[in-house]
Design a protein around this ligand. Structure first.
Ligand SMILES: *Cc1c(COP(=O)(O)O)cnc(C)c1O
Ligand SMILES: [Zn+2]
Length: 426
C-alpha cells in the first residue's frame, strides 16, 4: 500500500519509520516528535509531470494525488462528487494597487478564503477525512482555534462522517455557527486553544478516535503543502521570490516549505523562495525564538492573545517545522500589532477586492513590516497567503471600518448625509 510514500522521519532525531509502524509522532519524543512524510520521487515522476498536469482538467488539490499520502483510488472514490473534491486550486490575483504604496513591483494574493468552508484549513482536513476512512476509524476529532474545526466538520458532513470538535469558548461566533450547522459534536472548552489541544490529545486515544490535530498528525502538513504546488504551477513553474504566511501553530508555513522542497526534489522549480512568517505581537513566540536563535524543542508555553484568533498559540505545535522553514529558506519572522492587523482588513478589501479575516490580513500587514525592515526588496515577486474569509469574523471587520451611514427613507435626507461625507458633487 502507498508505494509512493517511502517513510516517516522524526524532525527531532531523524529516525525513519514505515507508514504502518507509527501513527502520529516519533515514539521516542512524545508529542514533540513530529514526523515528516518522505516520498519516492523517482516513482512519482513516472506518473506525474508539469506536462501531464497541464493536460489535467482537475481543479483542486487532487490534481497532485501522486504527491499526497493517501491510497489514490480509495481517496478519489471517497471524495468525488462532494465538496471535498473542490478543495484547493484557489485564485492567485495580481494586486498592483497594494504593491504600489509598498514600493513593490509585483505582488499577488493567493485567496484561500475561497475554499469550501472559507479557510486554508480545508487543505489539511481533506487529507484527514480520507486517512480516517482508509484506517477504518469511526470518529474524527480535532482541537482548533475555529477554522480547522470548521473545515473538518464541513468536509465530514459531505461524507456523513461523525466528528467531535474541541474549540476554545472565545472562538468567533461565525466559526462556532459553522460547526453546529455542519452537525459536528461541539465541545466548547472553558480555556485557551492550548488547553483544548491537550484535552483533545487525551480524548482521542481514550475513545478510539482519529486525531486530526495540527502538527501531531503528520499528514496535515501534506495537505497544506498543496498551496505551494498551486502557486508555482499558476506561475508556470516559476517559484516566486517571497511567500508571506500568517503563523500560529506553524503548520501552514511548514507545509509551504514542504511543498517547495518536493518541487525542488522533482526538479520542477529551480530555487527555494524566501518564506516570511507573520505573527501577532501578542502571540509571537516563534518570532522570539527566531530572533534569539533558539530551537523549537527549547520553547515553553507563553500567554498569548490577539484579535487574530486563528494565529493565537502560546506553544506553537508545529514550531520545529516552522523555524526550519524560515531558517532553511533564508526567510524571516515578523510581528504586527493588532491595530496594524485591523487596518489591513479594509486595505486588502479596498485594494484588491479580497475580504480577509484578521489572521489572513495579518499577512499583508506583515508584508508592509517586512518591506520596512528590508526583508523584501522592490523587485521581488511576492505572494501573500490570504488564509481565511472576512466573513469568519464580522465583529472585527465592522470594528475595522466603523458603522454605515444612517438615513431616513427620504431623498432630501440622502442629499444631506452624502453632502457632508462624500467628495462627489450631487
Ligand atoms: C490556522 C490559520 C492560520 C495559521 O496557521 P498555522 O498552521 O496555525 O500556523 C492563519 N490564518 C488562518 C485564517 C488560519 O485559520
Ligand atoms: Zn524522534
Amino acid at each position: 500500500m502507498m508505494e509512493h510514500v517511502s517513510g516517516l522521519v522524526c524532525t527531532m532525531c531523524g529516525a525513519t519509520y514505515g507508514v504502518d509502524e507509527v501513527e502520529y509522532v516519533c515514539p521516542h519524543h512524545g508529542d514533540d516528535g513530529i514526523l515528516d512524510v518522505r516520498y519516492d520521487y523517482e516513482r512519482i515522476a513516472r506518473s506525474l509531470s508539469p506536462v501531464r498536469l497541464s493536460e489535467d482538467p482537475t481543479r483542486s488539490i487532487w490534481r497532485y494525488l501522486p504527491l499526497l499520502p493517501v491510497e489514490p483510488q480509495q481517496a478519489l472514490d471517497l471524495v468525488s462528487d462532494t465538496v471535498i473534491a473542490d478543495v484547493g486550486w484557489t485564485p492567485l490575483y495580481p494586486a498592483p494597487r497594494l504593491a504600489e504604496p509598498l514600493g513593490l513591483q509585483q505582488l499577488w494574493l493567493k485567496d484561500d478564503g475561497r475554499q469550501p468552508t472559507a479557510s486554508f484549513k480545508d487543505r489539511a482536513s481533506a487529507i484527514a477525512v480520507v486517512k480516517a476512512r482508509e484506517l477504518g476509524y469511526e470518529v474524527i476529532t480535532t482541537a482548533s482555534t475555529g477554522n480547522a474545526a470548521a473545515a473538518l466538520s464541513g468536509l465530514c458532513a459531505a461524507i456523513d462522517q461523525p466528528n467531535v470538535i474541541f474549540v476554545p469558548q472565545t472562538a468567533p461566533q461565525a466559526k462556532i455557527a459553522q460547526l453546529l450547522v455542519y452537525g459536528a459534536t461541539v465541545l466548547l472548552v472553558d480555556g485557551t486553544y492550548d488547553d483544548a489541544f491537550e484535552l483533545c490529545l487525551e480524548a482521542a486515544p481514550a475513545f478510539g478516535w482519529y486525531n486530526r490535530n495540527t502538527a501531531y498528525n503528520p499528514y496535515m502538513s501534506e495537505g497544506k503543502k498543496t498551496v505551494a504546488y498551486e502557486i508555482c504551477e499558476q506561475f508556470g513553474w516559476q517559484a516566486p521570490d517571497v511567500v508571506v504566511v500568517p503563523v500560529g501553530d506553524g503548520c501552514i508555513i511548514g507545509g509551504v516549505y514542504k511543498g517547495l522542497t518536493d518541487l525542488l526534489e522533482l526538479g520542477w522549480i529551480e530555487r527555494m523562495p524566501r518564506i516570511i512568517g507573520v505573527q501577532a505581537a501578542g502571540s509571537a513566540p516563534l518570532v522570539d525564538a527566531w530572533e534569539q536563535g533558539r530551537q523549537g524543542w527549547d520553547m515553553r508555553p507563553v500567554p498569548a492573545h490577539s484579535v487574530a484568533d486563528s494565529i493565537v498559540a502560546g506553544l506553537p505545535r508545529d514550531r520545529i517545522k516552522a523555524l526550519r522553514a524560515v531558517r532553511q529558506s533564508g526567510g524571516a519572522l515578523v510581528r504586527v500589532s493588532d491595530a496594524q492587523i485591523i487596518a489591513a482588513i479594509p486595505a486588502l478589501a479596498q485594494g484588491a477586492g479580497v475580504f480577509a479575516e484578521p489572521a489572513a490580513a495579518a499577512a499583508y500587514a506583515g508584508l508592509a513590516r517586512s518591506v520596512e525592515l528590508g526583508w523584501v526588496q522592490p523587485q521581488d515577486r511576492v505572494v501573500v497567503l490570504v488564509t481565511g474569509s472576512g466573513l469568519k469574523d464580522v465583529a472585527t471587520a465592522i470594528r475595522s471600518v466603523g458603522q454605515p451611514l444612517l438615513v431616513s427613507p427620504d431623498l432630501a435626507d440622502v442629499r444631506r448625509v452624502l453632502s457632508s461625507t462624500w467628495s462627489v458633487r450631487l
